[in-house]
Ligand binder design. Structure first.
Ligand code: TLP
Length: 343
């Protein structure tokens, strides 16, 4: 076998030769002294792109989300989120460990919770024996729901609700770039409805590492302190920030190609009676589908034997993600392997 077609995640992309060249040539300095010119350039560019006063480079999406939640809360506070959200399912319980806060997950539809659902769960301020509701969190695109886009109309009404109760709004925009190219709504427009946003450079954009958080100047000043306390202060980090800058400058528009490939795969999967897929959820680069004739573990194993790597989506489902390193040939080969495994 020459190589695997790796659809486990869009995090598996490797830096291209041009990206590596930019990294090798990056000017660096000690970022803990704020003296890394490449990091400073990346943060300035990202803040402008996101329409926020300031931005901060952080090592990972998880750290980005957790810094934002920490800045917005005090120990014993509560954050409302959707029950399939990344912060609830895939961040190793860190809200409790790092910030002493709890999450209140609400079941959404395709990752979307409405103000009508959320409002009854906002704790009355007078109830001193309850946790204090502090933040509403939104994930866009929504990973576990299958890369679904949070409709801007719903974001606006959630914002109104949060403002009515004096709550902070945080956007896990790990894949906000995908939402933006799919809808033609700018990332700044999305971010304008939130106090903080965390977005990844190391997913579809193809950088090897790194995320950005953004907000107003006071928020980023606090975030800077919290990043250090979480062990995320880095030194000559321009060497990797250069890849993030390259990714932001060069790889946003092409995400649409990943979406087209995902749609193509989804249509084939939909026609195979051995799978169940909700085509309406295939809006960007993620496919979540249920194998009906094999268990998830058997399906993963058999696909791997043939050279195709998939991952687990929601419980009982497979996940495939298209990305920068998936060619048209890989899509054809994926279709062939799925057909062979699921005759
Ligand atoms: N998601 C990973 C896994 O953790 C599931 C993936 O392969 O999709 N927010 C969202 C919506 C994410 O999907 C992820 C990563 C993160 C945050 C965290 O980013 P990292 O892994 O860089 O800490």
């Amino acid at each position: 076998m020459n190589k695997f077609i790796d659809l486990r995640s869009d995090t598996v992309t490797k830096p291209s030769p041009e990206m590596r060249k930019t990294m090798a040539e990056a000017e660096v300095g000690d970022d803990v002294f704020k003296e890394d010119p490449t990091v400073n350039k990346l943060e300035k560019f990202a803040a402008e792109l996101l329409g926020k006063e300031a931005a901060l480079y952080v090592p990972s999406g998880v750290m980005g989300n957790q810094i934002c939640l920490n800045v917005h809360t005090q120990p014993t506070d509560e954050v409302i989120c959707e029950s399939d959200s990344h912060i609830f399912n895939y961040e190793s319980g860190s809200p409790a460990a790092l910030s002493g806060i709890q999450l209140l997950p609400i079941n959404g539809k395709q990752g979307v919770i409405t103000p009508e659902q959320v409002e009854p769960f906002i704790r009355p301020k007078s109830a001193y024996y309850m946790p204090r509701t502090k933040v509403i969190e939104v994930e866009n695109t929504h990973n576990r729901a299958g890369g679904t886009i949070h409709p801007i109309e719903n974001i606006i009404v959630l914002e109104k609700l949060a403002d009515k109760y004096g709550l902070k709004k945080h956007l896990d925009g790990a894949r906000i770039w995908n939402a933006s190219v799919a809808t033609n709504i700018s990332v700044a427009e999305y971010a304008s409805h939130f106090d903080s946003i965390s977005c990844c450079l190391s997913k579809g954009l193809g950088a090897p590492v790194g995320s950005i958080i953004a907000g107003d100047k006071d928020f980023i000043t606090e975030a800077y302190r919290v990043r250090k306390s979480f062990g995320g202060g880095m030194r000559q980090v321009g060497i990797i920030a250069a890849a993030g800058l390259y990714a932001l400058e060069n790889n946003r528009e092409r995400l649409i190609e990943d979406h087209e490939k995902a749609k193509m795969l989804a249509n084939v999967i939909d026609k195979n009676p051995n799978f169940k897929i909700d085509l309406s959820a295939v809006q960007t680069n993620i496919l979540i589908f249920e194998p009906l004739t094999l268990s998830v573990d058997e399906a993963l194993e058999k696909c791997k034997e043939k050279g195709l790597l998939l991952s687990v989506g929601r419980v009982g489902s497979l996940r495939a993600i298209t990305h920068l390193d998936v060619s048209d040939e890989d899509v054809k080969e994926t279709i062939r392997i799925l057909k062979e495994v699921f005759e």
